[in-house]
Design a protein around this ligand. Structure first.
Ligand code: DQQ
Length: 540
């Protein structure tokens, strides 16, 4: 079949062809990382959904296996939708997933389980769906057409396994809590673990503990002193996710977000760009929590069909709680650095006056990893933050104040995937505003000028960065550039933004990378290191 190679990523996870969406049941088992994902074996649009399966020893090189779970039984004959893995005592993995028992338009949803046919097969190629499926059906007031995406289960001190199922009641988003002694007989807890009016369907909930101190990730079952919990949900209505940091009140089986976490539309986001249906897992080999996410295409479905493929998985990220306890920090897994090839550095503290840009030469700019720190002398020139903007989200401010709109402190940052004459470029940049008694730092990844092609979705993705910029007087940025994706990490991963872009001129060796400043305050490039990124030896 004809698969267009232009715009395919080199080091992001992609199968050879066809449609992919949500990462499913990521796990580490006996030295192997498993990634399952929603996949259409028959085309480049959503449909015919099965669980594709790939394995890896390093999260970078992947080997594709046969799909692990495909529709075959009355309890999943119209589709095998998203789910999660749990490793049971005795080192026994089990998958919980949503089966579709009645097709469109209703798409009736139930929760099933599957277990490896042969635990001594290192790749766990074959999965069995026991006959006592489904485990959980909507028979207790739940909406069976909005009832899906079971989480990894955790074991509570009372000896019960607990898991969440995403749902909604009219407009109220809900994460139902189910418990079981034996992983087979599940009963619904009296109350959902959490819900929130006017948020719509909660897809792909993820609920996990994070440590208040140190850099270790935690297994799903950890509770107690020094631990906070995070609840992440994917909002079907807007196709973005939000999360809160809070307390899991184990005695009541309720989750209570902290008063520093906004619960709802305006909440914190793992990524302010193209990032959906994310799922994390605890990696016992490296004592870390790792999160995977799907990034959909931003072109048209007709383009996807013509290309023969759609969707990528973003680079897996290590998740930590910010030492301030209020938000998460994410960073590409360290294994990614093994793909770093040719390196260039700017260490001579070059100054960027307003309107100035410097090209980063000597790397493959279409396929690169860049780390840079920018500094400045003072915030005196910071533009005032218009109080009216308090009603706006960051994206709207970025669309008003793009990279070419001159400012005070910023816009400064990177111009990625830039063509020779800047007919095309995707800027990733910061802009500092003076607000009442404080400063606001806006980070943007703006696709507006990314491509000369008409009809693409070109959002000005943006988020605020929670740092003490007046004290720091500097800010760091890392961007992973890979042909049609730019994945950026501001201030060590406090604010992350991923954009999908489709340059026509800034492709392969015709792509350029620059640092730039368009604010009146001179910006210093404290240090910059950029690497050409190699293609993994094995990618499906
Ligand atoms: N995708 C799956 C659902 C999930 C949605 C179907 C999120 O299980 O709710 O492919 O992208």
């Amino acid at each position: 079949e004809n698969v267009s190679q232009l715009h395919r990523t080199s080091y992001h996870f992609q199968p050879k062809q066809n449609w992919i969406n949500d990462p499913n049941a990521p796990m580490y088992y006996n030295g192997i990382y498993h990634l399952f994902y929603q996949y259409n074996p028959k085309g480049a649009v959503w449909g015919n959904i099965v669980w594709a399966h790939s394995v890896s020893t390093d999260l970078i090189n992947w080997k594709a296996l046969e799909p692990a779970i495909v529709p075959s039984k009355p309890f999943d004959q119209y589709g095998c939708w998203s789910g999660s893995a749990t490793i049971l005592p005795g080192n026994k993995p089990v998958i919980l997933y949503t089966g579709i028992t009645e097709g469109p338009p209703k798409n009736v949803q139930v929760q099933n389980y599957a277990i490896p046919a042969n635990l001594s097969d290192p790749y766990l190629r074959e999965w069995i769906k026991p006959d006592n499926n489904p485990l959980v059906v909507a028979n207790n007031g739940e909406n069976g057409t909005a009832f899906r995406d079971p989480t990894t289960a955790w074991l509570s001190k009372s000896g019960y396994w607990k898991m969440l199922v995403g749902s909604r009641d009219n407009d109220t988003g809900i994460a139902y809590l189910y418990k079981s002694k034996d992983f087979v007989n599940w009963t619904k807890a009296k109350d959902p673990i959490h819900s929130k009016p006017e948020t719509g369907m909660w897809e792909c909930p993820d609920f996990f503990p994070v440590s208040l101190k140190g850099v270790n990730g935690l297994d799903a079952s950890v509770t107690g002193e020094g631990v906070k919990h995070v609840l992440k949900v994917s909002l079907d209505v807007t196709r973005y996710e939000y999360y809160t940091v809070g307390t899991y009140v184990t005695e009541e089986d309720r989750y209570v977000p902290d008063n520093t976490s906004v619960d709802g539309w305006a909440g914190l986001r793992l990524d302010y760009g193209n990032f959906y249906a994310s799922k994390s897992f605890f990696d016992p080999a490296k004592n870390r929590r790792v999160i995977w996410s799907w990034a959909n295409e931003s072109d048209t479905a007709a383009h996807d069909v013509a290309k023969g493929w759609a969707g990528i998985q973003l680079i897996p990220r290590t998740i930590l709680l910010d030492p301030n306890g209020k938000q998460l920090m994410q960073w590409p897994v360290q294994e990614l650095e093994t793909l770093r090839g040719a390196k260039v550095v700017l260490t001579d503290k070059q100054m960027l006056v307003m309107g100035h840009r410097i090209e980063v030469n000597g790397i493959t700019a279409a396929q690169a990893d860049v780390e840079v720190t920018f500094s400045f002398g003072s915030l005196e020139k910071a533009e005032p933050f218009d109080p009216e903007w308090l009603e706006y989200d960051a994206q709207k401010i970025c669309s008003l104040k793009g990279s070419t709109v001159q400012g005070g402190v910023g816009p400064f940052g990177l111009l990625t995937l830039a063509s020779q004459e800047l007919e095309e470029y995707t800027p990733v940049f910061f802009r500092v505003f003076k607000a009442q008694n404080t400063h606001k730092v806006l980070m943007c990844s703006d696709a507006t000028r990314s491509s000369l092609t008409e009809g693409l979705y070109r959002p000005s993705f943006a988020g605020f960065v929670d740092v003490d910029i007046a004290a720091d007087k500097q800010i760091s940025l890392r961007s992973l550039i890979d042909n049609s994706v730019v994945e950026s990490f501001g201030a060590r991963g406090r604010t992350c933004i991923s954009s999908r872009v489709y340059p026509t001129l800034a492709v392969y060796e015709n792509a350029h990378l620059y640092v730039f400043n368009n604010g009146s305050e001179t910006i210093t490039v404290e240090n910059l290191a950029a690497w050409s990124m190699k293609k993994p030896l094995h990618m499906n």
